[in-house]
Ligand binder design. Structure first.
Ligand SMILES: [Zn+2]
Length: 301
């Protein structure tokens, strides 16, 4: 049973919303690529993990804190006699372990994912102890990308390579499990400790006036310019979308980027660069939001 589904990280949503509307600073553009790649890997992991058929509770994307130290868990799986901690990496290419160091085939050192995993493992163990749960914990580092290779992989390690995933899943499925209230309590305890708003967000500042106005294609991220009374057409990827759907999507992006600002017909009219009439905007807002105030001070929540 999946108790917590994975959602796209807010930082990634923000950067994806900003990208077509401004020139991202190099560090933001780099961060966007990393987050996109990471999230893609996690979605693939979830797809693979659908093959797990044992009675269990799955919690995705946990952000927890122990003694003021934050740590993130890509996937946590509770079974009868064992807890599984999964760290997912979407690296691609040849890598090798040089003692304690993790390097590309060209010899460039990158952050060792094994260190990240053991950090999460020890913090999680500490937290489980504080909560009074004593079920053994197995850490796993999954390299999800089929184009990843670890040359001279150590024999005994938490690493699961792309060509080991099938066998790993078979073995996982061989272990039977029956859950009781103790397991449910653990799941609820962890979920209640999950930190919703990540303090990690490092997106550079932006304001309304500096962003490109208009309607961005939901498929390819380019500005959409051709439309008729009913539909929008993207000349870049040939996708089609109804006016109402494009309007709602564009309003939701405004809300994501400016959570503290009131949503009004006039600000959205400006946001879409006058592409929708105020009448259309009002209709979409009325259908999807709660109307507050009246007359010229009307806004929507
Ligand atoms: Zn498009």
């Amino acid at each position: 049973m999946i108790l917590k589904e994975r959602t796209k990280p807010e930082e990634l949503q923000l950067l994806q919303a900003l990208q077509p509307r401004m020139e991202l600073e190099e560090k933001d553009a780099q961060n966007l690529r990393t987050l996109e790649k990471g999230y893609e890997g996690e979605v693939q992991f979830d797809h693979w993990f659908k093959g797990y058929q044992v009675e269990s509770i799955i919690i995705n994307d946990l952000l927890l804190e122990v003694n003021g130290t934050l740590f993130q868990i890509d996937s946590f799986v509770i079974t009868q006699d064992r807890l599984h901690l999964f760290e997912v990496k979407n690296l691609e290419g040849d890598y090798y372990l040089d003692g304690d160091k993790f390097k590309t085939a060209a010899g460039k050192e990158i952050k060792n994912p094994l260190h990240q995993l053991s950090r999460a493992e020890s913090l999680l163990k500490q937290l489980l102890k504080e909560l009074g749960f004593y079920i053994p914990l197995d850490p796993h580092l999954v390299f999800i990308n089929p184009e990843f290779a670890l040359l001279q992989a150590p024999l005994k390690s938490p690493i699961i390579l792309p060509n080991q995933m099938n066998r790993f899943m078979k073995n996982m499925n061989r272990v039977s499990s029956k859950l009781n209230t103790k397991h449910t309590k653990l799941a609820e305890a962890l979920l209640s400790l999950h930190i919703k708003k990540s303090p990690y967000s490092r997106v550079s500042s932006y304001d309304f006036s500096m962003l490109r106005k208009g309607v961005v294609c939901g498929e390819c991220g380019e500005l959409m310019e051709s439309y008729n009374r009913y539909n929008f057409y993207c000349s870049h990827c040939n996708s089609k979308e109804t006016i109402d759907s494009a309007a709602l999507r564009t309003i939701l992006i405004y809300q994501l980027l400016f959570p503290d600002q009131k949503v009004t017909t006039s600000i959205i009219y400006e946001w879409v660069n006058g592409i929708f009439s105020p009448k259309t905007i009002r209709r979409v807002l009325k259908h999807n939001f709660l109307v507050q105030g009246e007359g010229s001070s009307t806004f929507y929540e």
